[in-house]
Design a protein around this ligand. Structure first.
Ligand SMILES: NC(=O)c1ccc[n+]([C@@H]2O[C@H](COP(=O)([O-])OP(=O)(O)OC[C@H]3O[C@@H](n4cnc5c(N)ncnc54)[C@H](OP(=O)(O)O)[C@@H]3O)[C@@H](O)[C@H]2O)c1
Length: 328
């Protein structure tokens, strides 16, 4: 059976998830695609940590060991921050590898350039996992674009903020206590600034804008407000009037083609489609000419939801470019 060689950059929550799914589903993937998948190399920062990977996989701290390996067909990227991720993916694309990323901080800024570069080099770039984790929003929008016009996209794009607001309402606890619980449960990072300030939701909104509207608004024109200013009294008062706070990221394109975006807490009533979206879930409403409002709800983060979105991209790439992927 022909094989496809892959490298995984990063072996944290997401990278390990990719590795596990490729192993756990190897027989089904072989049967479905006709290829054996070999995880040839994994990039980490600290090579002294014990990792759960098979002996045939090389664990390295040196990106050049991966990028100089001409047998690698596909690079999964699940490291953290804009750099060096952008530099690594640019080099992988230049060398003719297909790339798949979960890195929203990098992709919000560099996604448009990477997509152009990938097109120029004739390789595929998967980024489903950058936005709303396991919710297939990128695939959905991509599928709608040829036949429909997207008017507006709005939704809960940060599960941590939604979890905190839900806890404050259901249990009457203050913001700090709810945040602490989110951290204990592994929903919020040790440094939760990007989640609670709205920055994480903003980045995902910019990724969606580029896809749906062919570009992003000027970042400085988008008001971004987090949930850190909301008190338990605010939430309780809202509940008395049957209203709920949701942290909503919202973007639309007007008749003149100008994109308008905003991110912040919004008070909504029971007739709003996001009213019942509680806990860590993400939810996105896509308004289009033909469909009206289409709502997608699901897990916005976590090992398996995020990694399965990336493996989904991978399988799509195999389907599209199978002749380019045969390595032996
Ligand atoms: N976690 C989620 O649910 C989720 C959801 C959607 C998107 N994402 C995105 O996916 C990416 C990975 O997230 P994660 O939660 O898996 O992070 P994580 O658990 O902190 O793991 C990051 C991994 O990347 C490695 N790494 C970081 N910087 C590196 C560098 N400069 N060179 C080489 N290796 C480096 C780390 O190596 P060491 O192990 O040696 O430290 C670690 O294995 C992030 O961009 C994140 O925004 C995550």
């Amino acid at each position: 059976m022909p094989s496809i060689n892959v490298a995984i950059l990063g072996f944290g929550i997401v990278g390990e998830g990719i590795y596990k799914i490729l192993n756990e589903r190897s027989k089904a993937i072989e049967k479905g695609t006709g290829y054996t998948i070999n995880v040839v190399s994994i990039l980490v920062r600290d090579t002294t940590k014990t990792r759960q990977s098979t002996p045939g996989t090389k664990i390295t701290g040196d990106i050049q060991e991966i990028l100089s390996d001409s047998s690698i067909d596909v690079v999964f990227e699940a490291i953290v921050g804009e750099e060096p991720a952008y530099a690594y993916l640019s080099e992988a694309i230049e060398k003719g590898c297909h790339v798949i990323t979960a890195n929203k901080a990098m992709f919000a800024t560099h996604g448009p350039a990477l997509l152009k570069h990938a097109e120029f080099r004739g390789v595929n770039l998967g980024y489903e996992a950058t936005t709303a984790g396991g919710v297939p929003i990128i695939r959905t929008i991509t599928g709608l674009l040829p036949t429909d016009r997207i008017r507006r996209i709005r939704g809960v794009l940060n599960g941590t903020s939604n979890f905190i607001l839900t806890k404050m309402r259901n249990e009457g606890i203050p913001f700090k206590k709810a945040l602490h619980e989110a951290q204990e449960l592994g929903y919020a990072e040790a440094d939760p600034t990007d989640d609670i300030s709205g920055k994480d939701a903003f980045r995902k909104l910019m990724i969606l804008s580029a896809l749906a509207f062919g570009g992003q608004p000027k970042w400085e024109d988008v008001a971004v407000i987090g949930i850190d200013g909301i008190t338990v009294e605010d939430v309780t008062d809202a509940s008395k009037g049957k209203l709920r706070y949701r942290h909503i990221a919202d973007i639309y394109c007007d008749e003149n083609g100008v994109r308008h975006g905003g991110v912040g807490p919004v008070l909504i009533g029971p007739d709003h489609p996001l009213y019942s979206v509680d806990g860590v879930d993400n939810a996105i409403i896509v308004d289009t000419d033909h469909l009206g409002a289409l709502t997608l709800i699901g897990p916005g983060a976590g090992m398996y939801p995020t990694a399965s979105a990336m493996v989904g991209d991978f399988l799509q790439i195999i389907g599209k470019r199978e002749t380019a992927l045969v390595s032996n």
